[in-house]
Ligand binder design. Sequence first.
Ligand code: ZN
Length: 282
Amino acid sequence: MTRLANVLGRAALVTDEGGIDVETASEGRFAADPQALYERWEEFMHWTAHVTPDAGGGAPFEIAEADLLSPAPFPAQVFAIGLNYRDHAAETGAELPERMAVFTKFPTCLTGGFEEVVLPETGSVDWEVELVVVIGKRAHKIADWEAWSHVAGVCVGNDLSERILQRAAGNQFSMGKSFPGFGPMGPYLVTPDELTEPDDLPLSCTVNGEVMQSSRTSEMVFGVSRIIEELASVVQLLPGDVIFTGTPAGVGWVKNRFLQPGDVLESTIEGIGTIRSKVVGP
Ligand code: ZN
């Protein structure tokens, strides 16, 4: 039962008493770098089960939202799944995919959940609230039933997409989804054992308080286990890798509405938390 935050580049456990700095509390056994923890995830999980708030002579501290960076800031690989919700396929008039559609968001687009989103010059940036999975154990050629055991945790993400560029180059989505700040994720990593129904989580997204997306992860065409099984049937998944699992109905381009400077984009998954991005002009 762990919540792991990246507080200004330092790993911290999120507890009722406040943040516990991992490097201090572990007396240097684990380094401050959150990304490095995924390499030793099982060992780290054992340690977190016994840590006390005053371990290592430290004291719990108040975590400010603005200081929260991505819980997996520098993954080797970032995967994203296209057209993966039944309600989203229906709103776009597309047939349900028989094969999973995979693209990447280049890792430099990842940010924390409370950073500003700077719009590029072309103005058709769209929202996509998504469940984001972070891998905690190397996976290659595994069965779907064991897939969740390779997950370190999940967080809330938004797969921000510049729609003109996304469609400009032969259906290769990745460039339109990789501007700096286009992968907000947070507020922190939540281990799967904290979730009573990890495959049926309500998720939603609002712009200036107006609900744009509202669905459940059980609407996925390929659920988390299938996604990991399919990816690992080809690619070797590494600890700390990030997977954006697809977005439900309610994206902007269907109603020809895009993000404008001054907008506040909020994305929520029940049981995990909320992230909030202020949108600013180029
Ligand atoms: Zn997406």
